[in-house]
Design a protein around this ligand. Structure first.
Ligand code: SAM
Length: 257
């Protein structure tokens, strides 16, 4: 029998923990690019659970095949989460062990896993984290911007008005700000940031752990220039330095500076 903190697990043959009849929901982190970025524990859990709920079953199939894991997967995405969740909860209640994985990284960080975790907790199911990579943390630790305090804001709202409001709310934020960004909205959002916040140090972390990994440390205005004629490609994390009182004062008295 293997020990998992205070929980004794023996998945597969005897899928019971601490004498409970119910299954557990394992929230399993998977690589954000490089397939080697997965823990031994994650591989074991994926091997031993009865079912994997995956945001993108094709992407998960690649990971599983790389590690020779043959397991039933079921799609669990934003568009089907409301429909899929009751069935997963029913299975968990009847003793089925389930792992949930997202497209990449840690489930629940800007993906539909939160919905399932919340409902599993409400149903009295044990929810167990299997930690691993997440793009936000990988990016902030190499950014060179302060990491003692930071705030993760996920994606900015798509609608322009709501996005501007969010940027205004963040304009006095002193902590380092981490944002996820799609390549299609990058330029538009960089321009809005420059307008609302003024110029600041910024780090663009692109395609982390992948073949074309690229971390650029510069300023918002430089990135606006850089992407004027070049179409951004790939996955981005933006790390922005927090507000400083001095810069705010300067902006208030001479907004064009
Ligand atoms: N759950 C994931 C995590 O733990 O990071 C995030 C999922 S979210 C739907 C996808 C976004 O994460 C991308 O649009 C991008 O902003 C960021 N991202 C994911 N993988 C990345 C990578 N390899 N390099 C840079 N950013 C990445």
């Amino acid at each position: 029998m293997k020990t998992e903190g205070k929980v004794y697990l023996q998945l597969g043959a005897d899928p019971k923990i601490d004498g409970e009849e119910q299954g557990c929901l394992f929230v399993v982190s998977t690589p954000i690019g490089n397939l080697e970025d997965i823990t031994l524990r994650a591989l074991r859990v994926l091997q031993e659970v009865d079912l994997i709920a995956a945001e993108d079953t094709r992407r998960t199939a690649k990971l599983l095949s790389h590690y020779n894991i043959q397991k039933q997967t079921v799609s669990y995405h934003d568009y089907n989460k409301a429909r899929r969740t009751p069935d997963l909860l029913r299975k968990l209640r009847s003793g089925v062990q389930i792992a949930v994985v997202s497209d990449a990284g840690t489930p629940g960080i800007s993906d539909p896993c939160y919905y399932l975790v919340r409902r599993a907790i409400d149903a009295g199911i044990s929810v167990i984290p299997i930690p691993g990579p997440t793009a936000a943390i990988s990016a902030v630790v190499v950014s060179g911007l302060p990491t003692d305090r930071f705030v993760f804001e996920g994606f900015l709202p798509k609608a322009e008005g709501r996005c501007r409001t969010r940027l205004f709310e963040l304009s006095t934020e002193r902590r380092t700000v981490i944002l996820y960004e799609s390549p299609h909205r990058l330029v538009k959002h960089l321009r809005m940031m420059l307008e609302v916040w003024g110029d600041r140090k910024m780090v663009l972390a692109r395609e982390l752990t992948k073949r074309f990994e690229d971390v650029q440390r510069s300023t918002i205005s430089r990135f606006v220039e850089q992407y004027q004629d070049v179409r951004p490609k790939g996955e981005f994390v933006l790390i922005i330095e927090g507000a400083s009182e001095e810069r705010e004062k300067k902006r208030r008295c001479c907004p064009k500076s």
